[in-house]
Design a binder for this molecule. Sequence first.
Ligand SMILES: [Zn+2]
Ligand SMILES: [Zn+2]
Length: 158
Amino acid sequence: MSNFAMGRPGKRSRTELRLVCCAKNRDEMKQLEEKEDCFVIDFDPNDELDISNPSLSNDCHVIAEKGQVACRDYLHPRYACAKFPFKKTPHDIHCKRCYCYVCDLVAPCKDWVGLGPNGHCHAFYNKYWKNVKKLRRAYVKLLAISKRLDDFLMSSNI
Ligand SMILES: [Zn+2]
Ligand SMILES: [Zn+2]
């Protein structure tokens, strides 16, 4: 028989599947479903992705795309861009859905390039940039406070 057993979790758990079988044809599937107390799938999980295959162990290959790809179809920080990989492409280029990690604004922000190594296009998730992000937030808050203070002083004619 060409069925494939994925494992037998403990007997106590009712919600867990006791056995996952794989049948190669529909008749076999029906037979299994009737006779065996197990969940039958109509493909062999090993056919799709063999993680024991050494050629796959060091690198990640896209086998198939199903639905949306998080880092290409949704907003993402520049360093996580799937269209322009951070390690292999110049940091200042960006796709339509890249945003600045520091400013939380759609790229390019006003400090995207032009600050040398401190340009926001180079930002990625590490301690240094986390601090830059925190400082920038504090600065933006201070600016807002000082503007409100200005407005208050102006309106009260002091
Ligand atoms: Zn992008
Ligand atoms: Zn920025």
